[in-house]
Every structure is written in structure tokens, then in C-alpha cells.
Design a protein around this ligand. Structure first.
Ligand code: FES
Length: 103
């Protein structure tokens, strides 16, 4: 059963930054936007490129550097193709300076 798992320290992700963490079988991308953490599958649904390894972010949207798909990191929705399938998104919290994810 999924539960909150500590993946790292809060200071590992500054404002406007992203980082990927392995959580069980999932590679989870985490971004900090407007002070809020967003957690999503780091694997692009088009051809499985890693989103946080080079994707630019603008607001809550991240670009895939492989073929230009854009996803809303908050909802997982595709903002622009070629991807057609949304990203999974996950619950994420911060407690005592640690980041916790339910993935
Ligand atoms: S792998 Fe991400 S757009 Fe193609």
C-alpha cells in the first residue's frame, strides 16, 4: 500500500527548480513553484525521456527536451503534444525540513 515516504531534504529543491527521486518503482519529479511542491512522473508519456533532466519550467508547466511536449506538473495534463497521455501526479508534503511523497 502506498504511503508517504521521505525522499530528501526541503533545501534540495529551491524555487523554480526540479529534481527526480526514485520512489519504489517510480521515478518521481518534484518541482517547487510559488513555494509549493509538485510531484509527478518524471517519465514523459511520449517516448519516455526524463523530464527533469533538462526540461525548462514556466509556471507549473514543464517542457520535455526530447520532442517538445509540455505538461502541467500540478495536474499532469498535456499542455502541448506530441504526447497525448497525461503524467501521473502524486501527493507531496514537507515536514521538519524533509520532502515526503506518496507514489
Ligand atoms: S519523449 Fe517527451 S516529447 Fe517525446
Amino acid at each position: 500500500m502506498a504511503e508517504l515516504v521521505t525522499v530528501g531534504r526541503s533545501d534540495e529543491i529551491g524555487e523554480g527548480k526540479t529534481k527526480a527521486f526514485q520512489v519504489g518503482a517510480q521515478l518521481v519529479g518534484i518541482a517547487r513553484v510559488g513555494g509549493e511542491l509538485l510531484a509527478f512522473s518524471d517519465i514523459c508519456t511520449h517516448r519516455q525521456c526524463n523530464l527533469t533532466s533538462g526540461g525548462e519550467i514556466e509556471g507549473t508547466v514543464i517542457d520535455c527536451e526530447c520532442h517538445g511536449s509540455r505538461f502541467d506538473m500540478k495536474t499532469g495534463e498535456v499542455v502541448e503534444g506530441p504526447a497525448t497521455e497525461p503524467l501521473a501526479t502524486f501527493e507531496v508534503t514537507e515536514e521538519n525540513g524533509e520532502i515526503q511523497v506518496n507514489a
